[in-house]
Design a binder for this molecule. Structure first.
Ligand code: R5P
Length: 297
């Protein structure tokens, strides 16, 4: 078995390979002067089981195209099987035609990924609001893992929350709020959220009361930070003591982190599905565990 990381996830692939004690495959990726990508697989992959790790953060088109060059080349060079981990799966939010004529980006990206010969795909906390199972878009075996237990354990060890309450800022976040609340041994609630534009949301509370409690808000993605800022306003207005935030994919578009800090949030914790300033938790053990299962199956 060989682990290969595309240029978006090289460090993560290195951590996974170290965890498992297996070889990290070598690839040379650069740009031609005209902007085209060049990719060369250096390791011998003939008859090998290859695990590809490539997240699609920040420059998703570039990383998606690189992924396609890589997997197509691996198959062409005789790799017996390609199992892909796409920790942050871009375009999943455009899973519906919200306005007439819009591209169904989620479906298009899934088709592209299949078209190069990917045998099996793993994603992590993929955005699934309307499409609830990845098998609704993929015809190849697909699995969506969750980083929330890793995040909740980290917060539980680091933050020492007193009388904690876990909040999911919208209905979809219930799955993560439940997992985090189980880890912290406490209760959870979710808010109702309406999105008016990519950077404009309205949030309303439900039953839970944050008065006097330490809060952990959990979500899959922080993009503009609008969701966390609005949720924090409500929680502080109810009398929350302190707010910690944990998310799987810290995209942090423009000044999201400053906006969240300005709203009074104590700490924002993310994973390395999107490597950046708050990627305190690595998803390497989660990926390694799945690869180990594959090796032993
Ligand atoms: C959407 O429903 C997701 O679960 C996140 O809540 C959303 O992507 C966060 O976006 P933003 O940080 O821009 O509010």
């Amino acid at each position: 078995m060989i682990i290969i990381g595309g240029s978006s996830s090289e460090n993560l692939a290195n951590k996974v390979a170290n965890h498992l004690g297996v070889t990290q495959g070598k690839v040379d990726i650069k740009r031609f002067p005209d902007g085209e990508k060049y990719l060369r697989v250096i390791s011998d992959v003939k008859d090998q089981n290859v695990v590809v790790i490539q997240s699609m953060h920040h420059t998703p088109d570039e990383f998606l195209f690189e992924y396609m060059l890589l997997v197509d080349a691996l198959k062409d060079l005789g790799a017996s099987r390609v199992t892909s981990f796409i920790p942050y799966f871009a375009y999943a939010r455009q899973d519906e035609r919200f306005k007439p004529g819009e591209a169904l980006s989620f479906k298009t990206v899934s088709k592209l990924i299949e078209s190069v010969g990917t045998d099996e795909i793993f994603t992590i906390d993929m955005h699934q609001h309307r499409v609830l199972r990845s098998s609704q878009v993929f015809r190849i075996p697909s699995h969506n893992l969750s980083a929330m237990p890793l995040l909740a354990n980290y917060v539980s060890n680091e933050a020492r929350l007193k009388n904690p309450l876990v909040i999911g800022p919208d209905i979809e976040a219930e799955q993560w709020a439940k997992l985090a609340a189980e880890t912290l041994g406490t209760d959870y609630d979710v808010f109702d959220k309406k999105r008016f534009a990519a950077d404009k949301v309205e949030i309303r509370p439900r039953k839970a009361n944050a008065k006097g409690r330490d809060i952990l808000i959990v979500d899959d993605i922080i993009s503009t930070g609008g969701t966390i800022v609005e949720a924090s306003k409500i929680l502080f207005s109810q009398g929350a003591n302190a707010i910690e935030v944990a998310c799987t994919h810290p995209i942090l578009a423009s000044d999201a982190l400053n906006r969240i800090k300005a709203a009074g949030v104590a700490n924002v914790i993310g994973t390395d599905t999107v490597p950046g300033p708050i990627s305190y938790v690595s998803v390497a053990p989660l990926i390694a565990e799945q690869v180990k299962k594959k090796i032993n199956s």
